[in-house]
Design a protein around this ligand. Sequence first.
Ligand code: ZN
Ligand code: ZN
Length: 295
Amino acid sequence: MTSNRLKDMLFRYMQPGLIVAIVAWWTLLPPSLASSATTFFWTGIAIKGFVLLLEAFNERHASWRLTPRELLSDVIYVALGYTVVQWLDHNIAERGYQAFKAMVGIKTPWLTAAPVALQAALVVVLLEFGQYWMHRGMHNWRPLWLTHAPHHYLTQLNALKGHVGNPIELFLVGLSVVSLFDFSLPGLFAGFSVLTAIFCFAHANVRFNPPAWYAHVFTTIESHSLHHSMEYEDTRCNYANALILLDRMFGTFRAGETAEVGQEAGRKLGIKDVMVYPFTPLIDGARGMLKGSRA
Ligand SMILES: [Zn+2]
Ligand SMILES: [Zn+2]
């Protein structure tokens, strides 16, 4: 086998291979490490770093090539994800779900003892189902769109771009009923790590060319790049961030891919623009009122 064919094969099976490896990692780790938030944090960093590294070996589009400035901005968003978004998740969503769970008396102890792979699959399906409908809602209702729009102003994609967006949006798409179930920590961590990998793949500047069965079930850079199309109307397809099968089931799937991504002919948003974007109508309204009172 020539080295080129070997490379093609390696990249072709990289995405399903890494998903299997992640589940195996969480299944085989000693219990103390498999239940540790530190292990979970470093697993996430390793996945992001690894997929980003793949971009250097099998680039998809030269126009998406990472620059130091772009990397610095992406790293800031990743840090925001681990701090602000996690704080919102923990202090608002998680507490609300726990209070509801206690009030209604939901108990699922059988789940805690289930195999890690089964728990991970359930976490992925539950989270992605909520994510699909929230994301679809964001493309159909202006107040929600204002929180999500900054993610669509990206003019190039890479493995870290799933983190780029307004924290309100990232909090909203992360809402799910997962917290109502008694998953074990390794099961939860395995599910979240698999989702991390698929989100990285779906934004990565990598030529994977996966098998057809993989692209039928999971979101790939092909289907997700089309979701990042320049025209707003063209973004209204392929809403699933991880399971593109949901778009096929609910009639929103579109085949194809694009290298040209962004909004408003490629206008770039700085970090400050991204933070205030959801409040644009309020800010414009206040400015209008001030102008009116001066006139
Ligand atoms: Zn979107
Ligand atoms: Zn995206």
